[in-house]
Design a protein. Structure first.
Length: 215
């Protein structure tokens, strides 16, 4: 049975192959989207190479595969690509696939993790989500106060069994970005912490915190 975490709570992760799922519910047919981003941090609290900021605009990508190992194509027949970290331990979510495809307002993004591949210099993996809105639309219209049922959960990638889950029940009424949780390494073992830290201006201040040298 999955462990339900509260903000700040930590739990040891005794597996190497994980799926990190981040989900939420927004009003259907809105003019904004939520995007998941992952940062692989070194001892100084920042990414060491640009590829360790894993997001929809990553500079390193690989073809997305279905569960049978076949390439995934979009509606125009173009191969879908997934962002991947420099050490290939983090395979980012597929942008716009599985994110409110049925116009219910429900969305989720899955990030695949193989901790056995993680560069020894990496000691934290940060999971965030931020609001992306259409150009020309006033940004003050959108914030996490309009997002309901946000959560992050860790699953066993082999069995699909849920290990732990954190439901973000805070009222982030003005913020446009939230750090959901983090994996971190202590004495050779990996643990997960439920974080729930908001950022008023979305992804930009998160990047300034963890990837300032590449901005």
């Amino acid at each position: 049975m999955a462990i339900n975490l509260v903000k700040g709570q930590r739990v040891e992760i005794g597996l190497s192959k994980l799926i990190v799922e981040m989900g939420w519910k927004v009003n259907p047919n809105t003019a904004y989207d939520l995007d998941a981003s992952t940062f692989l941090l070194r001892a100084n609290g920042e990414i060491g190479v640009e590829e360790d900021f894993v997001f929809y605009g990553s500079c390193k990508k690989v073809p997305a595969l279905d569960k049978s190992g076949n390439p995934i194509y979009d509606k125009d027949g173009i191969a879908v690509m997934r962002p991947i970290s420099a050490d290939e331990s983090v395979l980012g979510s597929i942008d716009d696939l599985g994110d409110d495809e049925d116009n219910t307002g429900e969305g989720n993004e899955e990030i695949e993790i193989d901790l056995s591949k993680t560069n020894p210099m990496i000691d934290q993996i940060i999971f965030t989500a931020s609001i992306y809105w259409e150009a020309g639309t006033p940004s003050e219209r959108y914030n996490f106060g309009q997002v309901r049922n946000a959560y992050i959960l860790i699953k066993n990638a082999v069995t699909d069994e849920e290990i732990c889950r954190y439901d973000l029940d805070e009222d982030f009424s003005t913020e446009k970005g939230v750090e959901f949780g983090r994996l971190y390494r202590r004495n050779g073992a990996w643990k997960f912490e439920a974080v729930g830290t908001p950022y008023a201006q979305g992804l930009e201040p998160i990047c300034r915190k963890y990837a300032s040298r590449f901005m």
